[in-house]
Design a protein around this ligand. Sequence first.
Ligand SMILES: NC(=O)c1ccc[n+]([C@@H]2O[C@H](COP(=O)([O-])OP(=O)(O)OC[C@H]3O[C@@H](n4cnc5c(N)ncnc54)[C@H](O)[C@@H]3O)[C@@H](O)[C@H]2O)c1
Ligand SMILES: O=C(O)[C@@H]1CCCCN1
Length: 312
Amino acid sequence: MTDSPVLLNKHEVERCLSYEDLIPRLESVMGKFSKRDSSEIIQPVRSVVPIAQHNGFLGVMPAYLAAEGILCTKMVTFYQRAEGSSLPSTQATVLLFDPEHGHVTAIMDGEAITAKRTAAVSAISAKLFMPALSKVLCILGSGQQARSHYDVFTNVFKFKEVRVWSRRREMAHRFVNDLQGPVRVCSSVKEAVTGADVIVTATGASEPILFGEWVKSGAHVAAVGACRPDWRELDDVLMREAVVYVDSREGATAESGDIVLSGAQVFAELGEVINGSFPAQREKTTVFKSLGMGIQDAVSAKLVLEKWNSEH
Ligand SMILES: NC(=O)c1ccc[n+]([C@@H]2O[C@H](COP(=O)([O-])OP(=O)(O)OC[C@H]3O[C@@H](n4cnc5c(N)ncnc54)[C@H](O)[C@@H]3O)[C@@H](O)[C@H]2O)c1
Ligand SMILES: O=C(O)[C@@H]1CCCCN1
């Protein structure tokens, strides 16, 4: 008989996962992924089941990291919510397995993992691609991802000014009221992004909200939303003028409306830059198009379980 799986709720997962531990693990696994060595990492593009009646999707995200002994899958639902809805748009559960025997070792909340690992990967992109003397950070959106991006970006970097825009101004004010530091609420995307060095787009938009004509030359955009092949956050001008980096080329080709519909060329994966096989073109306008990967959830879940095991 195997032991029952460990069950970890959102609070426990949040407590056991620090950006300090997460960032180097993500850099390492994304570098390994980009070597495409299937004896080391297997991670197919996620399977997505549309839930058309309810404007939602179910995604299944398996990954096997042989050398680290991690077998994992995340199951994630994401919905386009009506404006004003208080329901979360993204919900997830992560399962860790014993790779040798196949039983489940842990079942944990995936919302905290999704929030933190996505923001940590965006911070890695900013570390590589943002202008050398970046002073102004702008966040578009005021939901879960906006919050985790605020946390890690203000922790890892020192910005002189942080701005936020949300389609409902009162939500931007609520976002700011929950934070410690000063943040300027902007009333339009144009106002928010003008002159910004780093722009995070973390919205549920399915049409472009960020236009290239507003983006300062040399700025870095970490684009987190628009994770369906017919959804957009960024316009064609921005996509065609920027140097475009992605987390996974296969994922981007299958799922990113910003890439597929604009016809933009992908320059490199983040892992390829980490490995030194492609350069970080920091002096140019850059877009990091994030879609999310099972390997990111897998190393995050392993960190959570290691920390929890060390305490019990
Ligand atoms: N790249 C990844 O790995 C990854 C991971 C998780 C979530 N996401 C995506 O990131 C986005 C944000 O996720 P979240 O969990 O923060 O969601 P959330 O529901 O907590 O927040 C969504 C934000 O987007 C805004 N928004 C919704 N529709 C909009 C529209 N049409 N125009 C402008 N703003 C709009 C909302 O007002 C809110 O501020 C979603 O698209 C989600 O699918 C990506
Ligand atoms: O990688 C993820 O977890 C997310 C879930 C929501 C849609 C986009 N990708």
